[in-house]
Design a protein around this ligand. Structure first.
Ligand code: ADP
Ligand code: MG
Length: 235
C-alpha cells in the first residue's frame, strides 16, 4: 500500500490527571492523500486544535498511530527523535493568529524559513515575493508587521506557512479575519500548492464561505470524527 500523505489511526488524547480529565480525541481515524485539501469542521471545544497540535508534534497523543509521508511519527509514543526538525522540515503551520516576528519586515518574515533551511538568500526572497504576490500583499513587502492590517498580517503568515513547500500543511481557521474575496484567494492558493507540491492539507474552519470548496470534510464532535463528501466546488 502506498502509505503517503497523512494517516491517523485510533488516535486518542486525554488531558489532565485523576478526576479532572477530558478525553479530547476518541479513536480518531483520518487519511489525507498527497495533493488533497480536506476540511475539519466542528463546534468550539470539539477537539480540532488538539488534533492539529498532535499532528504537528506540538503535544503528544495519549495513544494511537500517526504517519506523515511514508514515515510513522507516532505509535503509542514518538518515533522521531528530533521533533523540532520534524516540525521545521515537514509541516507548514498557519494559525488563527499570525505570530509574525515584529522586528523583521514582511519579506524577511517569510524568507527566514527557507534561509534557515539552507536556501540561498536571493532564491528565498524570490520565492517569498512570489507567494506574497499570489496573496496580494506584495506591496507591503518592506513594511513592518505592526504597520499591517489584521488581514494583511494573516496573508503574510499564510505565505510563511507555505514557503518551504512542506509535505503537510495544517491550517487552523486561516480565513477567519479575511473578507470573502481574500478567503477564496487563500483557498485557491492552498489548492494550487496541494497540486503543485503534492501537499496534504487540513483546514480547520467555521467559515461558511469556504466550506463548499472541500471535496471531503471530517466533522468532529466531542472528540469523535466522521467523514463526509463535501460539495467540492472548484475554486
Ligand atoms: P477546538 O479547537 O475544537 O475548539 P480544543 O481541541 O481546543 O477544541 O479542545 C478540546 C477539548 O479539550 C475541550 O474540552 C478543551 O477544554 C479541552 N482542552 C484543550 N486544551 C486543553 C489543555 N491544555 N488542558 C486541558 N484541557 C484542554
Ligand atoms: Mg481551536
Amino acid at each position: 500500500m502506498a502509505d503517503q500523505g497523512i494517516h491517523i489511526e485510533g488516535l486518542s488524547k486525554l488531558y489532565g490527571v485523576g478526576h479532572n480529565t477530558i478525553m479530547a480525541l476518541k479513536d480518531v481515524n483520518m487519511h489525507v492523500a498527497p495533493g488533497e485539501v480536506v476540511g475539519l469542521i466542528g463546534p468550539s471545544g470539539s477537539g480540532k486544535s488538539t488534533l492539529l497540535k498532535c499532528l504537528g508534534a506540538v503535544i503528544a497523543p495519549t495513544a494511537g498511530r500517526m504517519s506523515l509521508g511514508n514515515k510513522v511519527i507516532f505509535d503509542n509514543g514518538w518515533k522521531v527523535r528530533d521533533l523540532r526538525a520534524l516540525r521545521r522540515d515537514k509541516i507548514g503551520f498557519v494559525f488563527q493568529a499570525p505570530y509574525l516576528i515584529p522586528f523583521l519586515d514582511v519579506i524577511d518574515n517569510v524568507a527566514l524559513l527557507p534561509m534557515l533551511a539552507g536556501v540561498a538568500n536571493s532564491e528565498a526572497r524570490h520565492r517569498s515575493l512570489e507567494l506574497l504576490t499570489a496573496l496580494d500583499v506584495q506591496h507591503r513587502a518592506t513594511a513592518m508587521p505592526s504597520q499591517l492590517s489584521g488581514g494583511e498580517q494573516q496573508r503574510v503568515a499564510i505565505a510563511r506557512g507555505l514557503v518551504n513547500h512542506p509535505p503537510v500543511i495544517l491550517a487552523d481557521e486561516p480565513t477567519a479575519p479575511l473578507d470573502s474575496v481574500r478567503a477564496m484567494a487563500v483557498i485557491r492558493i492552498l489548492n494550487d500548492m496541494a497540486k503543485r507540491f503534492e501537499t496534504a492539507i487540513i483546514v480547520v474552519t467555521h467559515d461558511e464561505k469556504i466550506i463548499p470548496t472541500f471535496k471531503r470534510i471530517y466533522h468532529i464532535r466531542d472528540g469523535v470524527t466522521h467523514e463526509e463528501q463535501g460539495e467540492g466546488r472548484s475554486t
